[in-house]
Design a protein around this ligand. Structure first.
Ligand code: GDP
Length: 288
């Protein structure tokens, strides 16, 4: 699979984080709860000088509710790391975020030593949505007074708790083939960078093994788990009327349908990797 690489973008992120890192106590990395391992950037720890890290599994409303706790436990077992799940429907995520950061950097607090945090994450993971929600919460409480809601580029989440309002945009770091497919399926990679049909086939292959019931219910295809990936994609295209003429299925269109329904959550709540699977992919050595 062709992967696009953006050295310019990478350089800017490095520079932006390097400039701020001395004034940061906790680095919040937003991960996609549907693909936590694949949506992480393994170079972040190095970029931030191994500051304590809060992993926020975002979009948990779209993820498998049985798998998110396993990922949270996985991260919570790591040193200097805490993990929480969030989604955009939560009106006031600030409290949990603040509490988790205070646990990570208990030496910070009070007006003389305020907590300073930065939100990072790959494109489309929900950074702006979360920051807007946090700003909105604060505005509602402080009544929009300039200089109180915002101090320079910082959002004041509590009297002694500041958040940088520009997130650190990380690049998707694809280290194993399966991560590339999962990132592409989630919408984190520009559509020109991959072949939609191949990504949809990989996605169907996984869904067939782990979420066959959801596939059968959504696309009204019986015995989905027993079909070859290609036959499944064809059956979905046919079922949805994605035809080219002479009864041939428009596989490109079928691939788009599968991916759109996965991304929007219409297919159901799905997580594309468990901590064990992700570790196996890394260990299998298919490093790119
Ligand atoms: P950014 O590129 O990291 O700043 O991502 P955005 O904040 O622009 O979000 C990307 C897309 O994901 C937008 O369409 C958001 O509405 C959507 N989004 C963000 N957070 C959530 C969430 O928790 N759940 C769901 N379902 N969608 C979300």
């Amino acid at each position: 699979m062709a992967i696009q690489w953006f050295p310019g973008h990478m350089h800017l992120t490095r520079k932006a984080i390097a400039e701020r890192v001395a004034e940061i106590d906790v680095v919040i990395e937003l991960l996609d709860a549907r693909l936590p391992g694949s949506s992480a950037n393994p170079m972040l720890a190095e970029l931030t000088g191994h500051k304590p890290g809060l992993k926020v599994l975002n979009k948990q409303d779209l993820a498998d509710p049985e798998r998110t706790p396993a990922w949270l436990a996985h991260y919570n077992a790591q040193p200097a790391t805490r993990a929480i799940g969030l989604d955009a429907s939560q009106a006031a995520p600030a409290r949990r975020l603040i509490d988790a950061c205070r646990e990570l950097a208990p030496q910070r607090g009070g007006l003389a030593k305020p907590m300073r945090v930065l939100i990072c994450g790959i494109p489309n993971v929900g950074k702006s949505t979360l920051i807007n929600t946090l700003v909105g919460t604060r505005k509602a409480r402080t009544g929009d007074e300039a200089g109180i809601t915002k101090l320079e580029q910082r959002i004041v989440l509590a009297d002694d708790f500041y958040l940088w309002d520009t997130p650190g945009v990380l690049w998707p770091r694809i280290i194993v083939a399966q991560s590339g497919y999962n990132l592409a399926a989630s919408g984190a990679i520009g559509r020109n960078a991959f072949d939609e049909e191949i990504v949809a086939l990989e996605l169907l292959g996984y869904l067939k093994r782990h979420y066959a019931g959801l596939l059968e219910a959504r696309f009204r295809i019986e015995g989905a788990a027993g079909l070859a990936d290609e036959a499944l994609l064809e059956a979905i295209g046919r079922q949805r009327g994605a035809l080219l003429g002479k009864g041939r299925v428009n596989l490109q269109k079928a691939a788009e349908i599968v991916m759109n329904e996965f991304r929007s959550g219409t297919l159901g709540r799905i997580t594309l990797e468990t901590p064990e699977e992700f570790a196996q992919w890394l260990a299998a050595g298919q490093l790119l």
